[in-house]
Design a binder for this molecule. Structure first.
Ligand code: GEK
Length: 241
């Protein structure tokens, strides 16, 4: 996988961030160097999948990008009669995703659909993963999506929801944003790359507070939810049907 240089040179005009072929070709490097805890989220997703995958059900990865979530969940699974469904609305991502799923496909049926996750029917799911994807859905449409996910989960099913988060206290917001930028700098991104990417993501990636997520999960019908991992301004929730 090549190194992310998408924002390395000065741009006259910063266009809104898009998951196009340029981003898809460096995506693994981009997300690992940008999202603190991404690697740990994936490796622990494998443990979560072992615990919650139920025979005869589906596992959905909504906004699957290159399929890292499905690969992580499938790597040590023994559960029988499981089907994986990966959804993304970027054809550039899915083209690359297919080649990452070769091993998984020798053990489980895997279907990939290029579509908006808001149009995806969710049925008979034991696990639904939204790994850093809900943040790209318009805020007013998030409840409907989470409600459909809840309704499509089988009894005992879970949603894994990972997001960039925002803090109510402006001083904490400022400090954790600084720490996030320090993380990116430590991973080799320049100040120019950090600031151009930040502008490109403005109004595209819209983070919310932890209470806003918790309240919406309650409203969508989930019985309980808890944060199981947090790294700076990124957190992952486990929500139970
Ligand atoms: C991972 N989960 O590696 N419908 C379908 N796909 C969408 C939509 C939508 N409405 N909006 C955005 N996407 C992955 C990482 S990246 C996170 C997920 C990030 C897709 C988009 O094309 C991209 O592939 C993915 O969601 C978000 O664990 O880049 O911060």
């Amino acid at each position: 996988m090549s190194q992310d240089k998408v924002y390395a040179t000065p741009k006259e005009q910063i266009k809104a961030f898009a998951f196009d072929s340029k981003v898809a070709s460096v995506f693994d490097d981009m997300i690992r160097r940008s999202v603190p805890g991404y690697g740990m989220t994936l490796s622990l997703l494998g443990i979560i999948a072992q615990h919650y995958a139920q025979p005869g059900t589906r596992v959905y990865d909504l906004g699957c990008s290159l399929g890292a979530g499905m690969v992580a969940m499938g790597s040590n699974l023994q559960t029988s009669e499981l089907e994986f469904v990966g959804i993304d609305n970027s054809e550039a991502m899915l083209q690359r995703c297919r080649s990452h799923l070769v091993d998984l496909q020798t053990r489980y049926p895997v279907t990939l659909h290029c579509q908006d996750i808001q149009a995806t029917p969710i049925e008979n799911a034991s696990i639904v993963v939204l790994n850093f994807t809900l943040q790209f859905i318009p805020i007013e449409q998030r409840l409907e999506l989470l409600t459909r996910i809840h309704d499509g989960l089988a009894p005992g099913g879970v949603l894994v929801l990972s997001e960039k988060i925002q803090f109510e206290d402006p001083r904490i917001q400022e400090d954790l944003t600084t720490l996030h930028h320090d993380f990116k700098r430590a991973n080799g991104y320049s100040d120019l790359e950090i600031s151009q990417k930040r502008s490109a993501l403005e109004n595209v990636l819209v983070p919310e507070t932890i209470p806003a997520h918790e309240q919406r999960l309650d409203q969508a019908g989930f019985a309980r939810n808890e944060i199981w991992l947090q790294c700076f301004n990124f957190a992952s929730f486990l929500a139970f049907k």
